[in-house]
Design a binder for this molecule. Structure first.
Ligand code: KG4
Ligand code: ZN
Length: 334
């Protein structure tokens, strides 16, 4: 089967083609230039840029795969979660292509895409495994028992980890989106210079996260330091990053132990962070726990993961109705 995937949930227009679980071509057009001056994604501008980009990006991606629309056998698009107006651009394009070419169509949850992106690079990942999805909008832990069978183990109660990276980067005067810039600055700093405390929950929440307190503590530490040197900023970036990374890693390993997982996986934009990748890989190697970390381009938003999940469902005979709408918030495995 040859499946076209479209992703437009936030500020990346992305198109990919997957054939029987293998990636043929993937293109991502980022809108960072549009939103940088506002320091965050402006929904209306995001939708408009998706509208301008999507058709040329489709032609470009078909060209990369040496294919024509007539070769496509199924179409998948992200329907949730995300900015409704942005989602509608990709979803409507996908439905239009499927309708015009008499092809099966399937709507895909973006989070299910992140959970499964790893299968594009690694075959035979044992079940059950635990996936940490850590991005700008989500920080969640899932037990994956089989393709399509997910149990949500825990999630952030406030900000997503990527959101906290972006906000700290913003007050440090770094570029947008902040995560990659903060990582670069952190490489020059001392991770032990500032100490942050972990949030404590009163109820049964072993696998939940919270990042708004850490973000506020970092902002206060910045405000209270009179001498705002470049070294101080690097130290603060390194200390914040290390604290978040240790928190994410500890939760991931406790969830793996709790569920007797046969493997661990990380995914989502923050999984592109080098410090997180190393901090997860090292103890996993020591403990001989198989760990699978997708390449950076499959961690950040992309359509390859949407085409992959869509194709798996289409192969199993699942279809979405033509009335499939965009949905702003939707979990998987609840
Ligand atoms: O998965 P993604 O591309 O979009 C969402 O679904 O949210 O994730 C974007 C998030 C942003 O918050 C961005 O700053 C963060 O991932 N990010 C990083 C890095 N690369 C992207 N955070 C920390 N270090 C990075 N290298
Ligand atoms: Zn994402």
């Amino acid at each position: 089967m040859i499946t076209l995937g479209i992703e437009s949930s936030c500020d990346e227009t992305a198109i990919a083609i997957v054939a029987n679980g293998k990636l043929l071509a993937s293109s991502v057009s980022s809108q960072h230039d549009v939103h940088a001056k506002y320091g965050g994604v402006v929904p209306e501008l995001a939708s408009r840029r998706h509208m301008e980009t999507i058709a040329p990006l489709l032609e470009h991606t078909l060209g990369k795969a040496h294919l024509k629309l007539a070769n496509i056998q199924g179409v998948a698009a992200t329907f949730a979660p995300g900015l409704a107006g942005a989602l509608l651009v990709g979803l409507t394009t996908a439905k239009g292509i499927a309708f015009a070419h008499n092809l099966p169509f399937i709507g895909v949850n973006h989070l299910e895409g992140h959970i499964n992106a790893v299968h594009l690079e690694y075959q035979g990942i044992p079940f059950p495994h635990v996936v940490l999805v850590v991005s700008g909008g989500h920080t969640s832990l899932y037990e994956v028992k089989a393709f399509g069978s997910y149990q949500l183990l825990g999630a952030t109660r406030d900000d997503a980890a990527g959101e906290a990276f972006d906000k700290v980067a913003k007050f440090l005067g770094l570029g947008f989106p902040g995560g990659p810039h903060l990582e670069k600055l952190a490489a020059l700093g001392n991770p032990k210079a500032f100490r942050f405390t972990r949030p404590k929950f009163n109820d049964d929440s072993a696998f939940d996260f919270s990042f708004s307190g850490i973000k506020t503590a970092a902002a206060l530490a910045f405000e209270r330091t009179a001498d705002k040197t470049e070294q101080m900023k690097a130290d603060l970036a390194a200390s914040f990053q290390d604290h978040v990374v240790q928190f994410l890693t500890d939760r991931l390993f406790s969830a793996a132990a709790h569920t007797q997982a046969k493997a661990i996986v990380i995914s989502g934009g923050v999984a592109a962070n080098g410090h997180l990748r190393e901090t997860v890989a090292r103890p996993a190697t020591v403990a001989k726990l198989p760990h699978f970390i997708p390449s950076r381009h499959l961690c950040t938003d992309n359509a390859a993961m949407i085409a992959y999940v869509g194709e798996q469902y289409l192969i199993r005979g699942k279809r979405s109705p033509w009335s499939q709408n965009a949905v702003a918030s939707a979990e998987v495995g609840v």
